[in-house]
Every structure is written in C-alpha cells, then in structure tokens.
Design a protein around this ligand. Structure first.
Ligand SMILES: [Zn+2]
Ligand SMILES: [Zn+2]
Length: 241
C-alpha cells in the first residue's frame, strides 16, 4: 500500500497522463484526463437553457423556454438537461466513453457534475432509467454507455435509484445519417418495458442517454414509461449534439 502511494506520484512524473482530447500532458488541471487548455474549451450548459433539451440560451429571454430544435419535437417528457455541448473536448469524452472503453473519463465527468449545481440538483430523488441498447448491439460494443453514465450520475448526485426499466426490442440502424423524420420512424416502437419492471405513478423517472440529438430516442422511451403509468418523466444527457 505504502509502496503504491509512493509510486503513484512518481509514475506521474515519469509518465504523465495525456489529455484525451489533444494528447498533451495533463498538469495542473481540474481534471485527470483533460489538460487545462482543453478544460477551458468545455462549454457547460448553464441556465437559462431550453426546458426540453437543455441547450443553453444566450442572454436573457422572455416567453417559453423552448429552442427551435425542440419546437418540432412534441416531447412526451416534462423537462431535459444536458451537462455540456458535445463539441471539442466534450465530444472526445463521449467518443472514448462510447467507442474506446474509456470509462476512466467518467471520473472527470463526476468532477464536472460536482461543479455544476444546476445539473447535479436536477437528479434529486429521481429514478435514473438508462436508454437500453439492443442485446445484439450491447454484445458487439461490450457495454451500454447510457448505463455507465447512469451509474456515474447515481454516484455523483442525490438520485434515488437506478433501474433498468426498459428494453430495446428492435435492432435499429444507426441514426447519425438519418433526417429528423426518419429518426423518429426508426425508433418508434423500438422500446418496451422490461419484463420485471415496476413503474410507480408520481415517482420522477429520469431517462439517461449519452447525447441529445433530435430527442426521438428519448421520446420513444418516454412513451413506454407513460404507457406504463409514469406521470413524471424527465430526461438528461451528458452532451447536446
Ligand atoms: Zn488537451
Ligand atoms: Zn431544445
């Protein structure tokens, strides 16, 4: 133990961690895997934000707080929040997490949440429900990134619990190349309630996904929870795409 305690700082002198975005050595940074220069490029989604997707509004505004992207969505959930905009270093965090088994990056995500009370407090008392992957996709990838994110949120916030209430019943093609309308059709009816799921009315459920893009996936998940009797549904993502 003592040996390890001594060796750890030494190892960092000889082999400094490199920034997951730019590759430079990470020194004097608030984060373990992002250098201080890249940390400054993070764009946190601070209030005021769109009430549906969490996209930040710039400046003071009056009237309904819904951004132009969400105006067409017809959301089945009540509210949404996102931690940061999914560009630059934030995009790299999501990328290593999703495609390179970079779960270590979640330690930095937890540190970011600790500094963002407007995001952290959003989870108080809620039950976190990760957006599921189809079993075939999960086998291919090896894990479900939304579940990994939900686990970190469960640790970093005062959420009440994490429950895998949903399953993905359809293997859908990747959404990245699809139009908004095609995305909606693609995920419509793609989800179902897990066989052992119990949904309690008046309990707040918070759907968790890695990125908010059009909201169609989250909306399809919300439809299943609504159908099962949920009355309070929110969504949260790490990034806004
Ligand atoms: Zn960097
Ligand atoms: Zn929006």
């Amino acid at each position: 133990m003592l040996f390890k305690q001594l060796m750890q700082p030494l190892a960092e002198v000889f082999f400094p961690r490199s920034c997951l975005h730019c590759g430079d050595a990470v020194e004097c940074s608030d984060y373990q895997f992002l250098c201080s220069a890249c940390s400054r490029e993070l764009f946190f989604s601070k209030p005021p934000t769109c009430s549906i997707c969490g996209y930040p509004f710039f400046g003071i505004l009056a009237g309904p707080r819904v951004c132009p992207h969400c105006a067409e969505l017809d959301p089945l959930f009540d509210q949404g929040k996102t931690l940061f905009l999914a560009k630059g270093p934030a995009r790299s965090i999501i990328h290593v997490l999703k495609y390179q088994y970079g779960f270590y990056a979640l330690e930095d995500v937890k540190a970011m949440i600790a500094k963002a009370p407007y995001y952290k407090n959003y989870f108080d008392g809620g039950i976190l429900v990760p957006v599921p992957l189809h079993p075939t996709k999960e086998r291919e990838r090896g894990f479900n990134q939304s579940l990994m994110i939900a686990k970190s949120l469960n640790e970093a916030t005062s959420a009440k619990d994490l429950q895998k209430l949903l399953v993905r019943t359809m293997y859908t093609q990747t959404q990245t190349q699809l139009s908004r309308a095609a995305r909606y059709q693609n995920v419509k009816n793609a989800f179902a309630l897990a066989p052992d799921a119990v949904v309690i009315p008046n309990q707040t459920y918070i759907l968790i996904d890695d990125v908010f893009t059009t909201g169609s996936t989250l909306n399809s998940c919300a439809a299943v929870l609504l159908e099962a009797g949920a009355t309070q549904i929110k969504v949260a993502t790490l990034g806004h795409g």
